[in-house]
Design a protein around this ligand. Structure first.
Ligand code: HEM
Length: 508
């Protein structure tokens, strides 16, 4: 499906076509002049020559990371193109990534803000969208200190372990009833519950589809809407019209999420005065606010929770789903990973825990290899140049959107051998990690805006995956042969599988 069909498919009559095209044609001359004169007069990096108004939008398919990878083969790892009226710079090699996110990290630390990020005024308070000024720094510090420091994560390990045990109980029941498991869906529920228990001492998800799953449904709907190509992002002049109705629909879910978060904060404020203590993140943040009201506002708090759920759930669960798909498709790799786990256990009753991760190099290599082939954020979260910057003799202009194609870098034959093969072994031979030091492998981003949830994601992914393969073998539903499995991806905000992985657990 092409980008234009993706756009029109998601257009649900908020603006009729004649008005839309009238608006377009009246803008034609104005934007044409800007587009052409802009390119002629600048020292932009090489790239396809833009059409008037739409620029190079037609060059993008429904999988922009793939289209940009092929364009970069022609124009090089530092490429520029016009997407609608927006100048976009695409980075596709480790050297250029280092230049951007190490040498000039501060200059490229802004964010271009998609229209849907403005739902419930999220962009004004969110760690993910604020410019890297004082407010952003304060929020990053709070996140580091109160949520993801090694100490906080070590102290809360028992809580994640309990949620993984619930996942295993669910899989065990499915196994006894010979019922197939939707791997991505159960991984999403587990991740959501790990985060909601840690932050609020409640579970937001259930494994059955019957119970009310308000929060889960709202998070999933927002992810879905945010992943659609939005005309207003390519032509900011259309923002007030919300031509596809994405903001209008997103508002419904955004408000729903905020209402749930607000309700939890309000109830906690009441119960705190009657002295019950939960010792969760919410309690710690309320304590911090109580000590110093200037440290943190209520709006910053609710938007922090909001962004952590949105940014943390789908990324983690889709990685887990891909890892399972690759292991089912490569049973010999599954056997190696399982035997490594069995060897590191003292007895049959022991379960995979976070303390085992350091003793499981092959399992770690499996997660890395999954992130190389299937990075959940294939173009990273778009950055923005905060002023003109000269890189390799070219000018990256102020306000240009910067995309870093980590998907292309993961399949670059100059960096990796047998690029399409799932070979965890490659990571046993080299000392490459995703913590932001190795520019050839940056699925969590890099520099000052590197993912703050990296450490919790690292723990969740290894324990969930290790637990699922330790006690169970997996067969595909409907007797599909593993080698015939559909491995196509669907582009959205993350890069999930096009066909969900449904597999039947078999007790070992
Ligand atoms: C496999 C799991 C995950 C992957 C691959 C991932 C990837 C990313 C990437 C690529 C970025 C942009 C980095 C950049 O601009 O350089 C990012 C930002 C972010 N991530 Fe993650 N992430 C994951 C899990 C999580 C989790 C579990 C959380 C929190 C619970 C989280 C919270 C965030 C936030 C708040 C930001 C915005 C940071 C900022 O702009 O300063 N992520 N993530």
């Amino acid at each position: 499906m092409h980008i234009w069909s993706a756009i029109t498919e998601s257009t649900q009559k908020p603006m009729d076509y004649s008005t839309f095209f009238l608006l377009f044609s009246s803008l034609f001359t104005f934007i044409y002049v800007l587009t052409i004169s802009g390119r002629r007069n600048s020292r932009l990096p090489p790239g396809p020559y833009p059409f008037p108004i739409i620029g190079s939008l037609l060059k993008l398919s429904d999988k922009p990371h793939r289209s940009l990878a092929s364009l970069s083969k022609r124009y090089g790892p530092l490429m520029s193109l016009k997407l609608g009226s927006r100048t976009t710079i695409v980075v596709s090699s480790p050297d250029i990534a280092k230049e951007f996110f190490h040498t000039h990290d501060i200059s490229f630390s802004g964010r271009t803000i998609p229209d849907v990020a403005q739902i419930v005024d999220h962009d004004k308070y969110s760690l993910a969208w604020l410019p890297t000024g004082d407010q952003w720094r304060r929020l990053r510090r709070i996140t580091r200190e109160y949520l993801f420091s090694v100490q906080r994560l070590d102290d809360s390990e028992f809580l994640r372990q309990a949620k993984v045990q619930e996942l295993l109980n669910h899989v065990d029941t499915c196994c006894r009833n010979k019922k197939a498991v939707n791997i991505g869906a159960v991984a999403f529920t587990t991740t959501l519950n790990i985060l909601s228990k840690y932050m609020f001492s409640v579970d937001f998800g259930q494994y059955d589809n019957v119970s009310s799953q308000e929060f889960k449904e709202a998070v999933m709907a927002l992810m879905e809407l945010a992943g659609r190509p939005n005309l207003a992002d390519f032509f900011p002049i259309l923002k007030p019209f919300d031509p596809q109705g994405l903001v209008r629909r997103g508002n419904v879910y955004g408000k729903k999420l905020m209402t749930i978060i607000d309700r939890i904060i309000d109830r906690r404020l009441q119960s705190r005065s009657s002295s019950s203590i939960n010792n969760d993140v919410l309690d710690s943040l309320l304590d911090a606010m109580h000590k110093d009201v200037s440290a943190f506002s209520r709006d910053e708090m609710r938007h922090l929770f909001y962004v952590l759920f949105i940014a943390g759930t789908d990324t983690t669960s889709s990685t887990l789903e891909w890892a399972m798909a690759e292991l089912i498709r490569n049973p010999e790799k599954m056997a190696i990973a399982r035997s490594e786990i069995l060897k590191s256990m003292q007895n049959d009753n022991e379960i995979v825990q976070e303390t085992h991760i350091s003793q499981l190099p092959y399992l770690r290599a499996v997660i890395k290899e999954t992130l190389r082939l299937h990075p959940p954020v294939p173009l990273l979260v778009p950055r923005k140049a905060i002023h003109d910057v000269e890189v390799h003799g070219f000018i990256v202009p102020k306000n240009a959107q910067i995309l870093c194609n980590v998907w292309a870098m993961g399949r670059d034959p100059n960096i990796w051998s047998d690029t399409e093969m799932f070979m965890p072994e490659r990571f046993l031979e080299v000392n490459i990690d995703y913590k932001g030091q190795d520019y050839e492998f940056i699925p969590f981003g890099v520099g000052r805006r590197i993912c703050p949830g990296l450490n919790i994601a690292h723990r969740m992914l290894h324990v969930m995956l290790g637990s699922l393969i330790h006690k169970f073998d997996w067969k595909l539903e409907g007797n599909i042969r593993a080698q015939d499995m559909d491995m196509e991806e669907k582009f959205g905000l993350t890069l999930p599988r096009k066909v969900p992985l449904i597999a039947i657990p078999v007790k070992l």
